[in-house]
Design a protein around this ligand. Structure first.
Ligand SMILES: [Zn+2]
Length: 235
């Protein structure tokens, strides 16, 4: 048995001039996907359950699933959160802390279209409803090309900031752009995170490295059959 960890970015209708249209999954698509997962009997587990599974513990559900979001877009709160709650699912949202509360900002220099980002109170209300918050660094840098001091700052200050807002420990990280190497993994561990998620495609298995956790991307080009294939057949 393996655990699928899905990752999304934007739950919204694609903006006209967006370069990376695939990052948008429409609210309609998203709802259909969540209803399908519920119908199939999937139950969302906590990030710590996933970590325990990697180390050989049995997951608390027969069909465990973790749903994650990267970057911290406000559309996650507006368009995904109500659907997830309705389906009885939780999720893990990775936030780039430098963009918290920013309107019309660009977190990725490759993308010309600006977006609105989650503000503190939206993050808090999702957390208070049982959603999980992780760090995606401060500035959404490629961490594998950074000078050590800047790298440590990205890891430690983003963690500390989220911990100060939520008064809880922030234990999970996702690598911006999926960029990491052995030094970055070591630094993430040293900064106090218990695990980190990549963009390497696949499901999570027993014995996997906690700082190199695989995920399955869901993008706007996936129809319901592609989606089903990823959930059921992809290893
Ligand atoms: Zn990102």
């Amino acid at each position: 048995m393996k655990i699928p960890v899905l990752y999304y970015h934007k739950i919204d209708y694609p903006k006209k001039n967006a370069v990376y249209k695939g990052l948008y999954v429409t609210p309609k698509q998203f709802k259909r996907q969540m209803l399908l997962l519920r119908f199939l009997g999937y139950k969302t587990v906590t990030p710590k359950d996933v970590l325990a599974f990697v180390k050989g513990h049995k997951p608390p559900a027969r069909k465990p699933l973790l749903i994650t979001f990267d970057d911290g877009y406000e559309n996650n709160y507006l368009n995904a959160y109500p659907v997830l709650k309705e389906a009885g699912f939780s999720s893990l949202i990775f936030i780039s802390t430098g963009f918290i509360g920013k309107k019309n900002a660009v977190s990725d220099e490759r993308e010309s279209v600006p977006e609105d980002f989650l503000n503190k109170s939206e993050i808090k209300s999702m957390f208070n409803e049982g959603f999980f918050i992780g760090s995606h660094g401060i500035n959404h840098y490629y961490l594998d090309g950074l000078e050590e001091g800047v790298l440590i700052g990205e890891l430690i200050a983003s963690k500390a900031y989220l911990e100060s807002i939520l008064e809880t420990s922030i234990d999970f990280f996702s690598y911006p752009f999926g960029a990491y190497n052995a030094d970055v993994m070591r630094a993430v561990k040293k900064a106090g995170y218990l695990g980190a998620f990549t963009t390497v495609r696949g499901k999570i298995g027993v014995g996997d490295n906690s700082y190199e956790l695989k995920r399955i991307s869901v993008n706007g080009y996936n129809n319901i059959f592609n989606f089903l294939y990823k959930i059921i057949f992809l290893q």
